[in-house]
Design a protein around this ligand. Structure first.
Ligand code: CP3
Length: 342
């Protein structure tokens, strides 16, 4: 199928563009009234596991906000589920994994085989969405990075410090590496299967990598991100989002990844300097600035694109959109990118 709007893929290839593509992390979600209606009818993992629902939710921001890419509605925690762990989503609280990983027997019990079969509902959602998109915009697949998934698998829930996850890595480093490798193995198969099912590109969310010192990132995060990128980039362009890990930019810009996501704590100038214009940069609007008056949002978006340039750049937020963002403010962000002219 020929894409009518392939800006995202052209940006990832480094083609010269007169305006960047735009999408928003967590764009299919709780700030959209139509999503809230479905949320009140079906619980979280029913929405994720029913291809018709996941497809409908994925299309909402494409139809209603006008983004240049769709990202499949799912969650990073489907991998721990496929590996055999119980994961529930507590309304208003976040994820809960009642039986956490503590020892060798726990790691040994985790499955790494048959990713595509264990997660066939994701593949079905992707192929249905690809068909329904009918070439309007590219479709993004995704997974959580090994370090971020280890955080949830060891802590059992979110945390401000992830100190239990760090304790696990520091007191049982060999076991931590076994766990990270198992997550890496299944994630590689999972992402390649997503591409086969219709994903045009994939993003790896390392949401908690910024909790790690540069030295710990090099030990517990980077090698696994690199393995995933090296294997999956043979099939489709890979975007890595190691949130908060500005120190990783130079290495990632010299890797097999096509794109790197950055948050709002980095200036465009520093990001370009550290990556030497070798990689497409995605980001980095502070999501809370979507609460500013619309004229200010538009002004800040223009300044952001002026600073990054229109080539090797994907306009996005620096992290996920928040539930309290008015839809017309999200749309103003997207419109401002589309209206950009030097
Ligand atoms: O981006 C999209 O629009 C696609 C959907 C998507 C979801 N989760 C749906 C979701 C994506 C890409 C994710 C990724 C994800 N999940 C991450 C990485 C991205 C990031 O923001 O750092 C993480 C850390 C998770 C784990 C997770 N899932 C948490 C911590 C929570 C609760 C807090 C929160 O963000 O709401 C979830 C639940 C979740 N995943 C919701 C949605 C829409 C909200 C629950 C609901 O709507 O019922």
């Amino acid at each position: 199928m020929i894409l009518q709007n392939d800006l995202l893929l052209r940006a990832l290839k480094g083609e010269e563009l007169s305006r960047p593509p735009v999408w928003m992390m967590r764009q299919a979600g709780r700030y959209l009234p139509d999503y809230i209606k479905l949320r009140n009818q079906y619980d979280f993992f029913t929405r994720v596991q029913t291809p018709e629902l996941a497809c409908a939710i994925t299309l909402q921001p494409v139809d209603q906000v006008g983004v240049d890419a769709a990202i499949i509605f799912s969650d990073i925690l489907v991998i721990p589920q496929a590996m055999g762990m119980t994961v529930t989503m507590e309304e208003g609280k976040g994820p809960l994994l009642p039986e956490v990983i503590k020892n060798q027997a726990d790691v040994d019990a985790l499955h790494t085989d048959n990713a595509a079969a264990r997660l066939d509902y994701v593949m079905n959602a992707l192929s249905l969405t690809k068909k329904e998109l009918n070439g309007r915009v590219p479709l993004i697949g995704f997974a959580g990075a090994p370090w971020t998934l280890l955080c949830y698998m060891v802590e059992g829930k979110g945390s401000k410090t992830f100190d239990k996850a760090k304790q696990f890595c520091l007191t049982q480093p060999e076991l931590a590496h076994q766990l990270l490798q198992k997550i890496t193995d299944i994630t590689i198969d999972y992402l390649i299967a997503q591409v086969a099912a219709g994903a045009d590109t994939v993003q790896v969310f390392d949401s908690w990598s910024g909790m790690l010192s540069p030295a710990d990132f090099k030990r517990f995060a980077q090698p696994y991100l690199m393995q995933i990128s090296d294997a999956v980039s043979k099939h489709a362009p890979v975007i890595l989002f190691p949130k908060g890990s500005w120190y990783a930019m130079q290495d990632i810009s010299n890797s097999s990844a096509s794109g790197i996501g950055i948050d709002w704590t980095v200036t465009p100038q520093l990001a370009r300097e550290l990556t030497d214009n070798n990689i497409t940069i995605q980001g980095n609007f502070d999501p809370s600035h979507l609460l500013a008056p619309i004229p200010q949002i538009k002004k800040e978006v223009k300044e952001m694109i002026d600073a990054f340039g229109t080539t090797r750049y994907i306009a996005n937020l620096g992290h996920g959109i928040m539930p309290n963002i008015p839809v017309d403010h999200a749309k103003a962000f997207v419109d401002a990118v589309k209206e950009y002219a030097k």
